[in-house]
Ligand binder design. Structure first.
Ligand code: NI
Length: 194
C-alpha cells in the first residue's frame, strides 16, 4: 500500500502499540505417581529472584492447563518448597496464591471430602482435612505472610504442603483403598498406560 506522504524524508517506522499481553508461559508436564521426586521432602527456598517469579507463573499456567486448583513444585520435578493455589480455576486473578516455604501454623475442625491429585490422575478418595487452616509462608520477594483458608482452600493448602513434605493424598486413605489404587497403577504401568 502506498504511503500518502510525498515527502522524500525517510518515514519513521511505526512503533507497534505496547501490548498488555503476558509473555507465553512454559507448560510443564506433570510428574506422575511412581517418580521418587514426589515422595521426598523438598528443599527450603533461600533465593528470591526473577527466576523464582518466572517459575511460579509457569506453575500457574501448568496448573490451569491441567485443570488443577493447586500445584507443588515437586510435581513438575523440582524438589523445592514452592506451591501455587487458585481455587477459582483462573477466573479471579486475586485468588492466585503463591506459597514459598509454607507451614501450617493452625488447624481447626474436620471435613471429609473427596480429593484427587494431578500426579495421580483418574483416582480419587475421601480424605479428612481441617475445615480451617492458617498458613505461614513467604511471598516471591521473601516477605513473610499469613493466610487463612476455609473448606476447599484449606484442603488445597494441606494437600500442597503435604506434597512439599513428600506426602501424597494416598497416605491419608484407608490401607485397603490405598493398596487398591496402588495395585491398579502398578498394572497400568506394566501395560504402559501410566
Ligand atoms: Ni497433588
Amino acid at each position: 500500500m502506498a504511503n500518502k506522504s510525498t515527502s522524500s524524508e525517510p518515514t519513521t517506522a511505526v512503533k507497534a502499540p505496547e501490548t498488555a499481553e503476558a509473555p507465553p508461559r512454559k507448560i510443564y508436564p506433570i510428574v506422575k505417581y511412581g517418580d521418587p521426586v514426589l515422595e521426598k521432602p523438598a528443599a527450603t527456598i533461600k533465593k528470591f529472584d526473577a527466576e523464582l517469579e518466572e517459575l511460579a507463573e509457569d506453575m500457574f499456567a501448568s496448573m490451569y492447563a491441567a485443570q488443577g486448583v493447586g500445584l507443588a513444585a515437586p510435581q513438575i520435578g523440582k524438589s523445592i518448597r514452592l506451591a501455587v493455589v487458585d481455587v477459582s480455576n483462573g477466573k479471579n486473578p486475586e485468588a492466585k496464591i503463591v506459597l514459598v516455604n509454607p507451614e501450617i501454623i493452625h488447624a481447626e475442625g474436620e471435613v471429609r471430602e473427596e480429593e484427587g491429585c494431578l500426579s495421580i490422575p483418574g483416582f480419587r478418595g475421601y480424605v479428612i482435612r481441617p475445615q480451617f487452616v492458617t498458613v505461614k509462608a513467604q511471598n516471591l520477594k521473601g516477605e513473610p505472610f499469613e493466610i487463612r483458608g476455609e473448606n476447599l482452600l484449606a484442603r488445597a493448602f494441606c494437600h500442597e504442603i503435604d506434597h512439599l513434605a513428600g506426602i501424597l493424598f494416598l497416605q491419608h486413605l484407608s490401607m485397603l483403598k490405598r493398596d487398591l489404587i496402588k495395585r491398579k497403577i502398578k498394572k497400568m504401568r506394566k501395560e504402559g498406560e501410566w
